[in-house]
Design a protein around this ligand. Structure first.
Ligand SMILES: [Zn+2]
Length: 129
């Protein structure tokens, strides 16, 4: 993991962290605002992307950029991992699903899905528990 400044080009779209080339890059100012639990949650998300990228190789990046369907599947798995962590900790399941579904609606992901679809996709992912 590397903490870096928000001037880094990948953060111009509003992302707080990005996983690329086998490492996790996190905006210093974003990381500093997170509680230790939320830092762990973020690393759960980014570690999911590390594994996805390792499994798929360089093709992952190309598909992630150009395929909305692929990008959505990767993010649902990553946010689903975070949601599962919260649910296991005792957070309300439906509130957790809605909270992470809102993340999927971020402009950072270029309008991948609507709210109802995001909730359904995350509920399906979480139910794989
Ligand atoms: Zn992600």
């Amino acid at each position: 993991m590397k903490l870096i400044s928000k001037c880094w080009p990948f953060f111009w779209l509003g992302a707080g962290a990005i996983t690329i080339f086998g490492d996790v890059f996190i905006r210093k100012d974003y990381w500093a605002l997170l509680t230790p639990y939320n830092q762990q949650s973020l690393m759960t998300h980014e570690t999911t992307h590390l594994r996805q990228q390792k499994d798929a190789g360089i093709v992952w990046f190309i598909k992630y950029i150009f395929s909305k369907k692929f990008r959505l599947a990767q993010e649902v798995e990553a946010y689903g991992a975070q949601a599962k962590m919260d649910i296991v900790k005792g957070f309300n399941k439906e509130d957790t699903i809605k909270r992470f579904a809102a993340c999927l609606l971020s402009p950072t992901y270029f309008n991948m899905i609507d709210e109802a679809g995001a909730i359904l996709a995350l509920r399906t992912e979480v139910n794989k528990l």
